[in-house]
Design a protein around this ligand. Structure first.
Ligand SMILES: *[C@@H]1O[C@H](CO)[C@@H](O)[C@H](O)[C@H]1NC(C)=O
Ligand SMILES: *[C@@H]1O[C@H](CO)[C@@H](O)[C@H](O)[C@H]1NC(C)=O
Length: 467
């Protein structure tokens, strides 16, 4: 860790000098180079390169992941979009049609999804019995010995201490199923001050950043300059690797959302039809190295960083999905079995990725300090999941909540001590547990990032034709 870290700081420093030193004197760069030339080779804080990710994602993973996400199990997500914003109350409900989310009629959602998951097997019935017992409170004498043992294990998976997100109460009457395929993440027109405010609060108050240090190119702040950019990045580089990672995950999420909005831009609207597609200008405004004073390529690198974190979580959680009693339960036995096979295929493929992120470098120092840091990290992240209830545009709120829950689930997997201590490759433990909501959000969130990486290739090609 120490070695690679020092090496990376050196590399970053060199890149910085190069970039700020002779910016204008190189030959004219093409539009594609201005977004992508720094987005290649090795990524900071890990030993993986962009090209390996591109190949792996775009040709192997992406097509099959899309297929999986179209299945009934993954397309229905239950969400409460009516939770009040806990931080301020002047939310501008933008009232745009493209922001609307159409919830499902209850008869659209398969019964198997609406009832509990885990069916089809003895063991599953046992678990259900345990769940019930757990709800009733204590371990009852009348339960069989086997059940009691399972209940004891089960109660251990009260994982509030593992959870990185404030999750919706999905039993609430306000929570509704949403068909994600019918409500795709795309351009809604939600931008400007309202959207800035959300991101600003996220970055300013929840990324470990002291107020005195200004983030470069903050639309709501004035008087920005090179020196502020310098201060910001030397502050960031001075942080411990975990806090820097936190910032990079948020920045990566932000970048991914903006890639989507640029790739599914509302290009044309008549009363007959709407046409959505790539808007290269919009992409450049967010990612071009010159137009964004160097911020764009950094954002794209953070997107890859986020990709690696979620990829690593998926490879690590494989044993949980391999449990024989685990089902992607919708009630359609044949379909469910096929989906599970596809899911495992994808996860095995992910596991075979050669350059996984090494999360063991996180929270690795002094035990007490590491514990406190992890707790800090968790609280900040939970806060961000609450901020999502303040997003004025419902479509954006839906995808914001889903993606933060997905990333939160990935972090829960990466840092769960239960998983670390109790999940040897062969015998998965019953103490670790994911709810259907967590599973759906985890895979859909990763599906978004995977789509963004795929879209970068499209933009690279489109930019090739522009100077
Ligand atoms: C949570 O977010 C609110 C609103 O931005 C902020 O006032 C508060 O300090 C944050 N708490 C933490 C632990 O980050
Ligand atoms: C593409 O985005 C730019 C910048 O946001 C905008 O001005 C332009 O109208 C968009 N183009 C189309 C075809 O919508």
């Amino acid at each position: 860790m120490g070695r690679s870290w020092g090496f990376l700081v050196g590399l970053l420093g060199a890149a910085w000098l190069l970039r700020s030193g002779d910016g204008g004197q190189q030959g004219p760069e093409t539009a594609a180079q201005r977004c992508f030339c720094q987005v290649s080779g090795y990524l900071d804080d890990c030993t993986c390169d962009v090209e390996t990710i591109d190949r792996f994602n775009n040709y192997r993973l992406f097509p099959r992941l899309q297929k999986l996400l179209e299945s009934d199990y993954f397309r229905y997500y239950k969400v409460n979009l009516k939770r009040p914003c806990p931080f301020w109350n002047d939310i501008n409900q933008c009232g745009r049609r493209d922001c609307a989310v159409k919830p499902c009629h209850s008869d659209e959602v398969p019964d198997g999804i609406k009832s509990a998951s885990y069916k089809y097997s003895e063991e599953a019935n046992l678990i259900e019995e345990c769940e019930q017992a757990e709800r009733l409170g204590a371990v009852d004498e009348s339960l069989s010995e086997e059940t009691q043992k399972a209940v004891l294990q089960w109660t251990k998976h009260d994982d509030s201490s593992d959870s990185f997100c404030e999750v919706d109460d999905i039993q609430s009457p306000d929570a509704e199923y949403v068909d994600l395929l019918l409500n795709p993440e795309r351009y809604t027109g939600y931008k400007g001050p309202d959207a800035w405010k959300i991101w600003n609060v996220i970055y300013e108050e929840n990324c470990f950043k002291p107020q005195t240090i200004k983030r470069p190119l903050t639309p709501l702040a004035s008087g920005q300059g090179k020196s502020e950019e310098n201060t910001f990045y030397s502050w960031l580089e001075g942080l411990c690797v975990e806090k820097r990672a936190f910032y990079r995950l948020i920045s990566g999420l932000h970048a991914s959302i903006n890639v989507h909005l640029s790739a599914r831009y509302l290009l044309k609207e008549t009363w007959l039809e709407k046409k959505w597609g790539h808007n290269v200008t919009e992409f450049q405004q967010r990612f071009d190295g010159i137009l964004t004073e160097g911020e764009g390529p950094r954002r794209l690198k953070n997107l890859y960083f986020l990709y690696l974190i979620e990829l690593r979580a998926l490879s690590k959680v494989l044993p949980f999905f391999e449990r024989p009693d685990f089902q992607l339960f919708t009630g359609n036995k044949v379909q469910d079995a096929e989906n599970k096979m596809l899911l495992l295929e994808i996860l095995h493929d992910i596991k075979s990725f050669p350059l996984h992120f090494d999360e063991n470098s996180f929270f690795a120092g002094d035990k007490k300090e590491a514990h406190k840091l992890k707790e800090d990290f968790r609280l900040h992240f939970r806060n961000i999941s609450r901020i999502m209830d303040c997003v004025g545009c419902f479509k954006c709120r839906l995808w914001g909540k889903l993606q933060t829950q997905g990333l939160g689930t990935a972090l829960k997997i990466l840092f769960s001590e239960k998983l670390i201590a109790n999940m040897p490759e062969s015998g998965p433990s019953y103490e670790f547990y994911l709810t259907r909501q967590e599973i759906v959000s985890l895979f859909n969130a990763f599906g978004r990032i995977s789509t963004s990486v795929r879209e970068l290739e499209n933009f690279r090609n489109l930019l090739q034709n522009i100077h």
